[in-house]
Design a protein around this ligand. Sequence first.
Ligand code: ACM
Length: 494
Amino acid sequence: MCVLQLACGGKSDSSARTSPELTSTHIALASSLSPFNLIPYPQELTVIEGQLALSETVKLVLADNTPASTQAITKLLNHLQLSVSDESTLTIRFNLDPSLSLTEEGYQLRIDEGIEISAVSDVGLFYGVQTLRQLLPAQASANYVLPKVDITDQPRYAWRGSMIDVARHFISIDYLKRHVERMALFKLNKLHLHLTDDQGWRIEIKAYPKLTSIGAKTQVNGGGGGFYSQEQMRDLVAFAQLHGVEIIPEIDMPGHIQAAIASYNELACEDAKSFELYEGMQVGWSSLCLDKPEIIYPFVTSVLSELVDIFPTQYIHIGGDEIEHVRYAEFIERTDNILQNLGRKTIAWEEASKGELHSDSLLQLWNDEYDIQSAIDRNIHLVLSRCSYTYFDHGNVAGQENTFDWCTKDGVSLARVYSFKPENYPLVVGIEAPLWTEMVVDEAGADNRLWPRLSAIAEVAWSAEKHRDFAQFKQRLSVIKTHLDALQINYYGK
Ligand code: ACM
């Protein structure tokens, strides 16, 4: 049974809470005494002397119009078998206060005579609940004791992302929903879906029905494919919103497009390499016919128009990787203009820096070495996905079965992910870890590649550099793994 230790099962030094020099003091993460097994580690944490016991009932005082945090606290209390009663002497209170000096996702969590979470938005309150959740055991217990503490926290970076390639292998909506729930525990907030590639087109487009009736039938090495209806995607978007997660859809263009060409042959030039569906793994050979603007731009406009109708995100990803053509820059610029006319902004892979994107676009860096200076000169901001730190199709260790090693032969270890320093780059909005799925054939495989490495991404993207220490992180993770177990994640090293 887990009584008292917020760090149930973990290395908790209760003397740290009572020693005079540590009470009411900011705990620096560098201190090996910190009993606060939180990932990502908060910006400011002040210990208050004493502990708060929770048993059986709590009084809940919610804020109006806060569906995400209301759902999160209700779920947490249910999970821990704590019931709500207005007669209870212990209150959990939410304050929504726009005058607080916190960013949109920031929050204050004070555990003292009661529990109080304050924020300027619902998502801030939601993140306060996630911190409370990590301070409590992952499984229900007879009673709970929390350390008294005052936490003021907000993210270092606004973009804290996970990308899943659902094209090379189709991934079920059910898994994506579970992934959203798992991301939320670590305050990750962007789920980028790589919805199309040579091996499959995964999103229903009503103006071009063959994209799914033909183009969704395949995946790498056969075995069928699949796609999401627009209704399913709207449902996922709403579900994600309730978890502080925004879905970023990607249509990869003008290359990586064979599934669309097999569905509508006229999208390709007459001398295209193939007009057939494709189940191999080679990349960089298919293309929309950039010399047929009268065919391809109506297609791009229709697809993006339907996308903006489904996905409320400001940013739509247009791909742009791994293709060379004299009219490539023109394609990027025209597609960027189409999105601007639809009231949205472009995000694209780094190669799109060859086009004159609007300055409010984002570029996603993926090769370890890529000269992005021209984009920086135009003040274009960056999402960092440097392959040797964030490509989770690479092994958790060197030589792991069914993983790639083209970017680094050493694997992308947890330590390597954690060592990434976004602070070394200019104009950074955040970090994202892509999971390419050529060799990820099932959900257990996806879990193994994603976790626990995504928890390191979460901390690198959220926490201040001065609070990042790998030995400390691993110690905290050993406790947080009880939460990964409760979420039934088949993480690497389980
Ligand atoms: C990429 O890995 N081709 C973005």
